[in-house]
Ligand binder design. Structure first.
Ligand SMILES: O=C(O)CCC(=O)C(=O)O
Ligand SMILES: [Fe+2]
Length: 364
């Protein structure tokens, strides 16, 4: 590993891959090294079309993010989580009220057990955004911003170009809605999962994070080798997500599903106790949650593909922008509705209404 530019950051050594045979989901692997080759983008778009329409999950290899850049972000996460508790709690969020800053382990719904995860959500550092930030994060602002920008250029923009190609739309269709420089709720999350004993995990059915969909457009999960993430397949089975060295796991989320009439699937996923050879290792996750800019109107987006598939209706044609929620309104409503203290029964009965949209919670 090359020397860290910030020597005071504590490196996060990545453990070996599991050798346990797991029932893996058949995820497409998109090789971004093909991007500039003749026909490369078209080939990748065809892969993404199939993957996003079926599993809602795929993996990108050769994403153009140097390993030492990733190592530094993992070291930043590790250093943050080893701060004294009062420094971590400088900016703390309460689910349902806001989502910026640190969240200590909560209590698992319906039980007296504590979660084994703590997280911190860092809004992108752009002009005009004024969310509270940890003193610690402010110190590393150039490091955080340069990483987020690089990921935006190398990976996020390209995913949206491919989505446009696969839906037979102009290449800038989705990139115009997702701009790093413009106000939106794009954010990076660090999660540290602590180990639990077999008995402790048994009491919570081995679950570390309940099944859910993500709220935004797409989510990126940066490479880390501890198997724990599972995806709900179209056949309604849980399958493990395979670690691919250097590969970024991506999932489509609710807003892109709404805009594409569910052609792109917002996949349900959850986090479980890792296999025995990794269950005694702490797991560090780094995620990029991508959302449209706040001014984007959340509405069905016409596409010849949706039309051919019979998904495009008269109501979609007559959709009135003035009746529709913007992404900013949508995200606030969704975040305030996310109250993990409610029971599953309470949540299941509830449908969140945001102007014309009815959002059915899919927490399982
Ligand atoms: O830890 C993981 O792999 C997934 C976390 C996740 O799904 C989330 O934070 O929304
Ligand atoms: Fe998630």
């Amino acid at each position: 590993m090359p020397a860290l530019v910030y020597p005071e950051l504590k490196p996060w050594p990545q453990p070996p891959e599991t050798t346990t045979e797991l029932d893996y989901a058949p995820l497409a692997v998109l090789d971004f090294a093909k991007w500039d080759a003749p026909g490369g983008k078209e080939e990748l778009a065809a892969q993404l079309k199939e993957a996003s329409h079926t599993m809602g999950f795929w993996t990108i290899i050769n994403p153009g993010i140097p390993q030492d850049v990733l190592d530094t972000q993992f070291a930043l996460a590790n250093t943050f989580f080893t701060l004294p508790q009062e420094e971590k709690e400088e900016i703390t969020f309460i689910p349902g009220e806001s989502c910026w800053g640190y969240r200590p382990p909560g209590t698992i719904k319906g039980t007296e057990f504590k979660e084994n995860l703590e997280m911190v959500n860092m809004h992108k550092f752009t002009e005009g955004t004024n969310y509270p930030r940890h003193t610690f994060m402010k110190r590393y602002e150039p490091l955080i911003t340069s990483f987020q920008k690089l990921v935006f250029e190398q990976v996020i923009n390209k995913i949206f170009v491919l989505m446009a190609i696969m839906l037979e739309l102009p290449e800038n269709h989705f990139t115009d809605m997702h701009k790093f420089e413009k106000a939106s709720d794009d954010h990076v999350r660090f999660i540290k999962y602590r180990t639990r004993t077999v008995e402790e995990d048994k009491a919570v059915s081995d679950q570390w994070m309940a099944g859910h969909t993500d709220f935004g457009s797409v989510t990126l999960l940066f490479p880390q080798p501890i198997a724990a993430l599972q995806v709900r397949t179209p056949e309604d089975e849980w399958k493990w997500v395979r670690y691919v060295p250097g590969g970024i796991v991506c999932n489509a989320a609710d807003l892109i599903a709404l805009m594409t009439k569910n052609y792109v699937k917002s996949a349900i996923h959850r986090v479980m106790r890792p296999p025995p050879d990794q269950a005694n290792l702490e797991r560090m996750g780094i995620f990029f949650f991508v959302r449209p800019t706040n001014d984007v109107i959340i509405k069905p987006n016409f596409s010849p593909v949706l039309q051919r598939e019979g998904l495009w209706t008269k109501e979609d044609e007559e959709f009135k922008d003035e009746d529709a929620a913007t992404c900013g309104e949508f995200v606030i409503a969704r975040m305030q509705n996310f109250n993990p203290s409610r029971t599953k029964e309470q949540r299941d009965k509830e449908v969140l209404k945001v102007k014309q949209w009815e959002v059915v919670n899919k927490y399982i």
